[in-house]
Design a protein around this ligand. Sequence first.
Ligand code: ARG
Length: 294
Amino acid sequence: MSATPTATTAEATSTERVQQHRRYLMCRPVHFTVSYSINPWMEPSRPTDTNLALQQWQSLYDTYTSLGHEIELIDPVEGLPDMVYTANGGFVIDGVAYGPKFRFRERAAEAPAFIDWFAASGFEVAEPVEVNEGEGDFLLVGDTILAGTGFRSTGDSHREVGEVFAREVVSLTLVDPRFYHLDTAIAVLDPVEGPGGVEKANIAYLPTAFDERSQAILRERYPDAIRVSDSDGSVFGLNSASDGKNVIISPRAVGFEAQLRERGYTPVMVDLSELLLGGGGIKCCTLELRGGAR
Ligand code: ARG
């Protein structure tokens, strides 16, 4: 982490936020379109504008680089219109990349493309046995992996990801088909790492996207979480990327924007309306690369 938090744990209650350096994997939406439907947002009969998708994607890229983050690019593959959603391409911690295994055959060919990229880019690859869609369903919050199931990644993949990374995994069940990946229903706002490890980790989430059991777990583990409204959730407000200080969000998530400001974060609005036609937003287009060679 390049930005060393100078604030102590008192920061948790103050409004000062500390930016952390991020390294992300992205994929230019050169071949973006909606030619099939594997989530309720995708409507193949509605036309898409690939140039607009490229422009909007570029604004996300430029936002990250202007904040000082590092972006790696994977080559887009013709015939794989969803490859722009790199969050599904794997889950990376400490230079180890757990590879994806997609639920639907339409995306199956993305898996070897991502796995090859990791191998060629100095990551140690853990080949998956179980169906999982990477950081779309696995979120690192402090030292814990929150893992989603219900629509895409299987419960068995939660066990597998725990074995690969030797970390605690908390399984959460999604129940609303609009929020089919965990990263559409939870945003990780921190961790803030200090000399003694993770001092404070917080999230924002949409309670109604989860079953009762999962809601109870989230309430108990994250009593300070931001709970977003249904209207902010349904514009993919939670599908956002945070560096601990700046939180890149959809301009339509106006309530979430205000909640973030109240907590001392700096919301940065980036509109990916065209990519939402494929059922993805800011976080979907962003895979965090933790550790590893560069
Ligand atoms: N069309 C893609 C799919 O249904 C969108 C993926 C969005 N990615 C995400 N991390 N939520 O698989």
